[in-house]
Design a protein around this ligand. Structure first.
Ligand code: URA
Length: 464
């Protein structure tokens, strides 16, 4: 690389500053220019400051579908492509989320789909912005390793039917670099960057069908349903250009999903769900997303049958035994995996990270819980150590919160409504105020909350 940051690789048409300038000024980038930039990101020849500047230029000026497709391909091709036995081809499915608060669906759905006969080679992500990441949650389990080689992934799919891994030197390395920098440069909420980031990981997996959970609402990357629909359509369209069958579910993200937020607590809640329990909103979303996948992939004759099939795996223990197999295959000591998957919540005490301090807040008046605003809750948890302020920073897996009331419930004044798990002497006054402000009470009777899933954007019908 020369002093201006130019990459001298053979397919470099333009210097990096010139590429940034082009996008900054709203011009289209040529295929070779996008590929050259991603090549430099992978090789480490593009400086972090330049990556941040390019991400911001894309965030502000956007990319059309053709540019987004090339960015996706270039990211996918920055590492190895996964290879599977021919017989697995029609069974390869996956689900991905744009990120929410309390969203532990992947931990449960990957083994549930494996129990339905699917192969799920899930390449997932860490927390982005205020949202929690599947990989960070899994790392709350002592010994769990998210770094697995392509060869190891094949063994994992043979043993457990599913695995959940992260980007690495071998798997979509360029997405790993961009993802970490987006998290700390306010460039998460970019339609082309999200599309390319998600689909590059899925293109590498050589899937038959993918369902993306596109969240909208106050605590989602995009608050408005219209913007989330635009993202859903971009995912479906770019997926089709790549030969990938992609459906997108639009789901609301105003209140947290389930009752627990925070890495260790979310693993505990996932285990309860895998044992056939857990909160109804979480179970409903898992079965709806999984049912859609089975139906679109031709493994269930109808959506309703797909939903029932996934639900059965949660009740009959087959999803739980796949989860246990996945934990063991990804590095968790067999005795710990067994204890986590065969004990009661009380017996699991102390096996997952536990914070030294628990503090409850009470309702200040009576009323009906209209909303528990996920965004301020996520910000306080971030401050308490559950999220990153710098790329690559270690997290506190024991920090989190439990909701003790649910949306639609009638409460009287003085009811404990939230239990915060943290490491300090006490919540600051600002943190307590922010948390109390998250609970929205209204007059009126108790009500049944609306289900999270609002729309399903389907892939184009196959030709012929
Ligand atoms: N998940 C990803 O993998 N990338 C994004 O940009 C957002 C969610």
């Amino acid at each position: 690389m020369d002093q201006t940051g130019s990459d001298s690789s053979p397919h470099t048409p333009t210097s990096v500053p010139e590429l940034i300038r082009k996008k900054r000024d709203g011009d289209r980038l040529e295929d070779a220019e996008i590929r050259s930039f991603v090549h430099g990101v992978t090789e480490g020849t593009v400086q972090e400051a330049q990556i941040g500047a390019m991400l911001m230029a894309i965030r502000l000026k956007g990319m059309d579908l053709a540019e987004t497709e090339i960015l996706t391909r270039a990211l996918a091709e920055s590492g190895q492509q996964l290879q599977w036995p021919e017989a697995w081809r029609p069974l390869l499915v996956d689900k991905h989320s744009t990120g929410g608060v309390g969203d532990k669906v992947s931990l449960i759905l990957a083994p549930a789909l494996a129990a339905c006969g699917c192969k799920v080679p899930m390449i997932s992500g860490r927390g982005l912005g205020h949202t929690g990441g599947t990989l960070d949650k899994l790392e709350a389990i002592p010994g769990f390793s998210v770094v697995q080689s392509p060869e190891q992934m094949r063994e994992l799919l043979e043993r457990a039917g599913c695995c959940i891994v992260g980007q690495s030197k071998e798997l979509v390395p360029a997405d790993g670099v961009l993802y970490a920098i987006r998290d700390v440069t306010a460039t998460v909420d970019s339609l082309p960057l999200i599309t390319a980031s998600i689909l590059s990981k899925k293109a590498v997996e050589q899937l038959s069908t993918l369902v993306v959970d596109v969240k909208f609402g106050e605590a989602a990357i995009f608050p408005s349903q219209e913007k989330a629909r635009e993202l859903a359509q971009a995912l479906v369209s770019v997926g089709a250009r790549l030969g990938l069958r992609v459906a997108a579910a639009l789901t609301s993200m105003d209140s947290p999903l389930g009752c627990c937020v925070g890495h260790g607590l979310e693993v505990e809640e996932a285990l309860r769900c895998l044992e056939g329990g857990g909160p109804p909103d979480l179970r409903d979303l898992i079965t709806q997303l999984g049912g859609s996948l089975l139906w679109l992939n031709g493994q269930a004759p109808t959506l309703a049958r797909g939903v029932a099939q996934v639900g059965e795996t949660l009740v009959n223990g087959s999803a739980l035994s796949r989860f246990q197999a996945m934990l063991e295959a990804q590095g968790v000591a067999p005795s710990l995996a067994q204890a986590l998957c065969s004990g009661s919540p009380a017996q699991r005490q102390g096996l997952l990270p536990t914070a030294p301090t628990k503090e409850e807040l009470r309702t200040v008046s009576e009323g009906t819980v209209e909303q528990i605003r996920a965004l301020p809750l996520a910000h306080v948890l971030h401050e308490l150590g559950a999220g990153r302020k710098r790329a690559g920073e270690a997290l506190h897996h024991d920090v989190g919160l439990e909701l003790l009331v649910s949306v639609g419930q009638r409460v009287s004044a003085g009811t404990p409504w939230i239990r915060v798990h943290h490491r300090g002497a006490g919540l600051s006054r600002g943190q307590a105020r922010a948390l109390q402000g998250a609970l929205r009470l209204a007059g009126g009777a108790a009500f049944e909350p609306e289900r999270a899933l609002r729309e399903l954007v389907l892939p184009p019908a196959p030709r012929g």
